[in-house]
Design a protein around this ligand. Structure first.
Ligand SMILES: NC(=O)c1ccc[n+]([C@@H]2O[C@H](COP(=O)([O-])OP(=O)(O)OC[C@H]3O[C@@H](n4cnc5c(N)ncnc54)[C@H](O)[C@@H]3O)[C@@H](O)[C@H]2O)c1
Length: 406
């Protein structure tokens, strides 16, 4: 099949790398620098191997482009663009709308259009289809479907091949088409009765994580006040073979999905008059964690961090990825700034962030750190060196022994 994938980020490039083994793939992205590197076979995404990408480029199975006309004869078009929140924490569908404009204006044949971007129930039916039709100069009988992406960047045990994939079309023909496409590189396809069910399931999966992370973050505050270890207590609870699923406390939630997707669900819930109270409260608890962490560190260091040299270790939102989107480390740093600490950050995986480079471990503006706060512990970071990097080390990850933490 001739496949066009709109958006060549974490999701779009991952799909492209799997699909190119079976199809001719064009990856459309507005970012010229990304496109240029992809056409040299250089991947910018963890989990997408540059050697494999180069193989597909050299074989003519994959090419990236900024020229929207290159999608004209695609038989399958996959939408994989961002779906963030706006400044009022409401769904921002401007990237989806601009992808639909590109598709509507440039596709010259009837195609199967599949949305992989995460959005609220009704997006394929009520936003994507009408927007593409609005921008199509000629009437083409496109089919529309959704197959929400479940990729977990950096993870290798669960990938496109073995992770069950939900799908549903607006018509039986769309459902059959989406199955035919994904069955070429995914072993486990799960049909649901409507796009709205697939869209809602994706949002609920991430809401389940968001709410449980908030619950364990609140629990960590309770156990600390009780003078018992949260991790020992979780270990104990986790011996129950059924009815319990362990989540670990942290400095908050990050990434493009967990802090964002539940608010898409809350948005549709409000639209149908049902208050999404768990989502709202979970957001509050998770967003307050950086303040809680800094307050704990201050309390254990004489009550004030004013003028103290503090290094934040690990600014990616999770281990072993360079992704800093929505990272709680940013809020930890903001709070440290607010209380007057002198701050640096160390993250060898991220390397550069907001135009600044990672400091050496244990270094704050050329002087030894007095305090380290570990937000994310990458595999390449030496745990013993972290523990030795400052006289006081606070661990939010639960992975370091012999130091205070959550
Ligand atoms: N990253 C994840 O782990 C993950 C997992 C599951 C679902 N999702 C969802 O998948 C979607 C994409 O996320 P992502 O992480 O791949 O985003 P990303 O930011 O990594 O990549 C998006 C890409 O789309 C490009 N883009 C934006 N607007 C465009 C347009 N109109 N035309 C062409 N290209 C455009 C950007 O330049 C960027 O390269 C989001 O809805 C996200 O919620 C992400």
């Amino acid at each position: 099949m001739r496949v066009a994938i709109i958006g060549q980020g974490y999701v779009g490039l991952t799909i492209a790398a799997f699909a190119a083994a079976h199809h001719d793939v064009v990856g459309f992205d507005m970012n010229a620098a990304v496109v240029e590197r992809l056409n040299k076979g250089i991947s910018h995404i963890e989990g997408v191997d540059s050697v494999l990408l180069k193989k597909w480029v050299d074989a003519g199975k994959f090419r990236a482009t900024t020229n929207a006309a290159d999608i004209a004869d695609a038989e399958v078009v996959v939408i994989a663009v961002p779906t963030p929140l706006d400044k009022n924490r409401k769904p921002d569908l401007t990237f989806i709308e601009s992808a639909c404009k590109t598709i509507g204006e440039n596709l010259k044949r009837a195609a199967l259009i599949i949305n992989e971007s995460t959005s609220f129930p009704g997006t394929v039916r009520g936003v994507i289809k009408p927007t593409i039709e609005k921008y199509s100069k000629v009437k083409l009988d496109h089919e529309y479907a959704v197959s929400p992406e479940r990729v977990d960047p950096g993870r290798i045990d669960w990938n496109q091949k073995n992770t069950p994939r939900l799908y549903a079309g607006l018509t039986p023909a769309a459902t059959a088409g989406v199955r035919e496409f994904y069955s070429t590189f995914c072993d486990n396809l799960v049909a649901v009765s409507s796009p709205e069910v697939a869209e809602a399931a994706k949002l609920f999966e991430n809401t389940f994580r968001q709410v449980n992370i908030a619950l364990v973050n609140e629990f960590a505050q309770i156990t600390n006040a009780l003078g018992i270890s949260v991790h020992e207590t979780l270990d104990a609870a986790n011996t129950k073979p059924y009815g319990f699923m362990r989540f670990n406390p942290s400095a908050g939630v990050g990434g493009h999905c967990i802090p964002v997707d539940p608010s898409y669900l809350a948005h549709v819930a409000a639209g149908v008059g049902v208050p999404a109270t768990f989502i709202e409260r979970a957001n509050e608890v998770n967003l307050e964690m950086p303040k809680y962490v800094v307050a704990r560190v201050a309390k254990e260091n004489g009550g004030s961090l004013k003028g103290k040299r503090v290094q934040v270790i690990g600014v990616a939102y999770k281990p072993n990825v360079a992704d800093t989107r929505e990272t709680p480390a940013e809020h930890v740093i903001e709070e440290l700034e607010r209380v007057g600490a002198v701050i640096s950050w160390h993250d060898p995986v991220v390397g550069s962030w907001y135009g600044k480079s990672s400091s050496l471990l244990g270094d704050v503006e050329g002087t030894a750190a007095e305090i380290a706060i570990v937000v994310t512990l990458h595999g390449v970071i030496n745990a013993k060196a972290v523990v030795a990097s400052a006289p006081y080390v606070f661990d939010t990850t639960g992975k370091l022994s012999g130091v205070p933490g959550l």
